[in-house]
Design a protein around this ligand. Structure first.
Ligand SMILES: *[C@@H]1O[C@H](CO)[C@@H](O)[C@H](O)[C@H]1NC(C)=O
Ligand SMILES: *[C@@H]1O[C@H](CO)[C@@H](O)[C@H](O)[C@H]1NC(C)=O
Ligand SMILES: *[C@@H]1O[C@H](CO)[C@@H](O)[C@H](O)[C@H]1NC(C)=O
Ligand SMILES: *[C@@H]1O[C@H](CO)[C@@H](O)[C@H](O)[C@H]1NC(C)=O
Ligand SMILES: *[C@@H]1O[C@H](CO)[C@@H](O)[C@H](O)[C@H]1NC(C)=O
Ligand SMILES: *[C@@H]1O[C@H](CO)[C@@H](O)[C@H](O)[C@H]1NC(C)=O
Ligand SMILES: *[C@@H]1O[C@H](CO)[C@@H](O)[C@H](O)[C@H]1NC(C)=O
Length: 514
């Protein structure tokens, strides 16, 4: 009772403090327009004139903790405040400010053809609200954007940037109508809205069919010949041409992955665009073709990532590629996908980091394959995987399509997926799913440059996952996930101060303090 009273008083004080500052006004943020869909499922509905925004972080004073909460029962980044106390009343998570690890690169999603088609189907003002939700200061402030190089399964048809057989000079290289209509304009608008800046990275699904052993962008096929040969060399120059063409539209890329899911291209009759590389082929392609091509064309600073495939393939792929110093010198990081993470021990991330401490690990793709609207469980899956990754040296997390239709498309092979935002073009509205807010608990409050802090947890709960960071503004942020059907009493300890809180069933919270 005593602490409950203190909570209320302090909450009131913080809100008052908040009201005295222009920067923080809880009333200036717009609440979620929650639409229940039955079975506990719900979305926040946005349209051309209304969309919820995130309460800005108030100017924090000593002893105050800002709290953002989302839960299965309908909270969506709801702001509140809590005090620091002298004693703990729950399981203690002690933040060790002097035990630091990796720093955050960022969080984001992908500008696919399908995302662009969906965004374009909304009225202009609703498009702005959607992009602001992700990229603007009033939104969850994504700072990473992935761009498929030419078509992938989330396109309406197959195409490359140069389908002219034998064009080794890439004289016919040209961006597709999809780039000009569905990718570039939205990337430019997102960039203009962002305060943090957006780190863009490109990923190819397949080379043009004529460069491949099976003369097909799908199926089991690789580039013709060997690394260092004419097809590999041309394919490396294709990356350079892609970067140059986007630069003409003022879009400068931060990074590239050498190939999306290189193991897909070894699957018999793989049904959408793919291209196979063994780890040895990827090593030699990077060493002999892609690394030199980027360096020779003033793209030596572009962060090249290897793998871009399931975490399960670590540390094997990293060892194969990075044990060759001539390949390793071109590689900045390792991209991982979350599919089959349930079979992938987290120890593999620790080993990979131990062996190659100067290469960052970044999650480059994830999606929920079950297309069901408004489901909290999907938010929990995201948050759980993100926390696992962050607790094992990963520097950020990239979602897949930033927007899809309510059936999870379009996708030319009907490989439909979930997305944090579903667009309903008929109703001229879009739906922010629980997953959107799960991403926000990280992207909004762990800006790039935030440094991981270890926590000492004497008696961890099997249902709770958590991670803490020291932000560039010197505030500490900690994200907690409760996966249990009952609430759990937790205490964050920082020095000799404690924040005690009752973590509701199936909930996520981000705490921020000085
Ligand atoms: C948008 O949604 C708000 C809140 O539900 C509603 O009041 C408004 O009429 C809607 N606007 C349009 C253009 O549909
Ligand atoms: C690290 O911080 C803890 C308390 O948070 C303190 O007890 C310890 O002495 C510090 N260690 C170093 C090496 O500074
Ligand atoms: C690129 O940026 C420059 C300078 O801001 C501007 O003049 C130019 O119009 C932009 N070009 C495109 C294609 O957006
Ligand atoms: C893929 O193609 C290669 C070369 O044509 C062939 O040797 C291999 O058996 C094929 N693998 C599968 C799984 O179809
Ligand atoms: C490409 O492969 C698919 C099956 O993997 C096949 O249906 C299609 O006809 C092939 N296309 C060409 C141009 O060979
Ligand atoms: C890069 O430049 C070097 C030196 O000019 C040259 O030997 C090499 O062939 C070039 N490689 C590529 C892939 O362009
Ligand atoms: C999309 O909007 C239409 C028209 O308002 C409505 O009938 C339909 O149920 C909506 N779809 C979803 C998945 O909410």
């Amino acid at each position: 009772m005593w602490s409950a009273t203190r909570f209320t008083v302090s909450h009131f004080v913080l809100l008052l403090a908040c009201l005295h500052q222009q920067a923080c006004s809880t009333s200036s943020s717009l609440p979620c327009n929650l639409r229940g869909l039955g079975n506990g499922n719900s979305v926040c509905v946005c349209n051309a004139t209304y969309c919820d925004t995130v309460t800005p972080l108030p100017q924090l004073t000593e002893g105050q903790v800002a709290v953002y909460s989302s839960s299965e029962d309908g909270e969506r980044l709801a702001f509140s405040a809590a005090p620091f106390l002298k004693t703990s009343t729950g399981l203690v998570y002690e933040v060790l400010r002097n035990k630091t690890r990796q720093s955050i690169i960022g969080f984001g999603g992908a500008f696919t053809d399908s995302a662009g088609i969906n965004i374009a189907s909304l009225p202009q003002a609703a498009q702005d609200k959607l992009l602001q939700s992700y990229f603007a200061p009033e939104g969850i402030e994504y700072n990473i954007g992935r761009v498929p190089m030419a078509s992938c399964d989330f396109s309406t048809h197959q195409y490359s940037y140069d389908d002219v057989d034998g064009d080794f000079q890439l004289q016919h290289f040209a961006l597709a109508p999809e780039d000009l209509k569905y990718k570039i304009p939205f990337i430019q608008r997102a960039m203009a809205m962002s305060k943090r800046g957006i780190k863009m990275f490109g990923s190819p699904w397949s080379a043009p069919a004529w460069m491949k052993t099976n003369k097909n962008m799908t199926g089991n096929g690789t580039l013709i010949g060997q690394p260092g040969g004419p097809y590999y060399r041309t394919w490396a120059n294709y990356f350079v041409r892609f970067l140059q063409e986007y630069q003409k539209h003022n879009i400068t890329f931060w990074g590239l992955t050498a190939q999306n899911e290189p193991t897909d291209g070894y699957i018999y009759k793989h049904y959408f665009q793919a291209m196979g590389f063994t780890p040895e082929q990827q090593r030699d392609f990077i060493k002999l073709d892609l690394g030199p091509a980027l360096h020779n064309n003033s793209f030596g600073d572009v962060k090249l990532m290897m793998l871009d495939d399931n975490r399960l393939l670590l540390p094997y792929w990293a060892e194969k590629v990075l044990s060759d110093p001539e390949a390793a010198k071109y590689v900045s990081g390792i991209g991982i996908h979350w599919y089959v993470d349930q079979f992938s021990p987290l120890l593999a991330l620790d080993l990979t980091h131990q062996e190659f401490p100067d290469k960052f690990i970044l999650a480059t793709e994830a999606t929920v394959k079950v297309v069901k609207i408004g489901v909290w469980d999907h938010a929990q899956s995201y948050a759980s995987d993100i926390l696992d990754d962050l607790n094992h040296w990963v520097t950020g997390w990239t979602d897949w399509n930033i927007a899809l239709s309510t059936i999870g498309g379009p996708n030319w092979v009907h490989n439909l997926d979930n997305s944090p935002i579903f667009v309903n073009a008929t109703a001229k509205e879009f739906y922010k799913q629980p997953m959107f807010y799960a991403m926000g608990h990280f992207s909004k409050f762990l800006p790039p440059g935030s440094v991981y802090l270890e926590m000492a947890v004497p008696s961890p709960s099997p249902y709770v996952k958590a991670a803490a960071f020291l932000r560039p503004d010197s505030n500490v942020a900690a994200v907690f996930l409760n996966m249990d059907s009952s609430s759990v009493l937790l205490s964050i300890k920082d020095g000799s101060r404690y924040v005690n809180f009752d973590m509701q069933p199936y909930s996520l919270r981000t705490f921020i303090w000085k």
